[in-house]
Write a protein that binds this ligand. Sequence first.
Ligand SMILES: [Zn+2]
Ligand SMILES: [Zn+2]
Length: 336
Amino acid sequence: MRAIVLEGPRRAVLRDVPEPRRAVGEVLIAVQRAGICGSDVAVFRGDRPVEHPLVMGHEAVGRIADPGESEHTPGSRVVIEPNIPCRRCDVCRRGHGNVCPSKRSLGMNWPGVFADLIAVPSEFAHPLPDRIRLEDAVGIEPLAVAWHAVAAAQVTEGSRVALIGCGAEGLLLVQALVACGARVVAADLRAERLALARQLGAESTVHVSPGTRASVDARLVAPVVFEAAGAAAALELALNAAAPGGRIVALGLGASTANLMPLDFVRRGLTLIGSLIYDHPTDFQAAIDMVHRGDIQPAALVSQVIDKLEALPAMLSSLAAHDTDGKTVVDIRGQA
Ligand SMILES: [Zn+2]
Ligand SMILES: [Zn+2]
């Protein structure tokens, strides 16, 4: 089968690789659409260490090619939950499979979805209701990430919320927060992203400059602040923007050190939460339900569609070279 294999930093190539073998309890899926995530770009660049060669990609929808012993039917549509906790370790037993140190992560430490076929445990292939369009379905995985963070923040109807970082994940957060009835002020370095945030329902936006970390714009002060930019400076800004007694939920995977002054943090009685991916299977199910009800349309932030797998290496190079706005998706089979 065809797959996009990363052979080293910035060396992604289309290769013929053996088809995955379906283990007991697994289903085989023919991938239809895949999304490119910021973390795929980090892996491509070499900013996030992985073992090479690696079949990339983790956001995907497809059709069941071989249901094995499961209740899935051949040809039915599924969305893939690409992080598979071991369910045996102490962390998993405490209910934190999302941060299981032995989890299998497709496209990170396990063959990924930028391929014709993928095998996953049957319960990690979620049936897709007919009404959900492929364009929206491919956004369900990152939406589950956003939903996990919203739940961690305990956002309710009318909550005032600030969001730092309006990349694709941040924009999905805007949608999830607006769907919960929160009032969102969104901040980013790029005006184009702020325009998208407003289109998706943010009440107001703040155009920050790289030096904003210390002096917080008063409009950003809120009891709940999300950091979705993945930069140390953004986390510092989020810490400063939180109102006394507030919560900061960090999703960004910035790899440099952020400053936190204990005197300031403790005196303001802040809570800092790291929110990684999602809980199996609840957050995924919640994301599917939200899209099914029409509360959220992840397709609204798709800015580019590549119509064939062959074009993916060049697209990864281009995404690694300069910031884009919105989300890029790939039509793996070159058909609608
Ligand atoms: Zn992702
Ligand atoms: Zn585990």
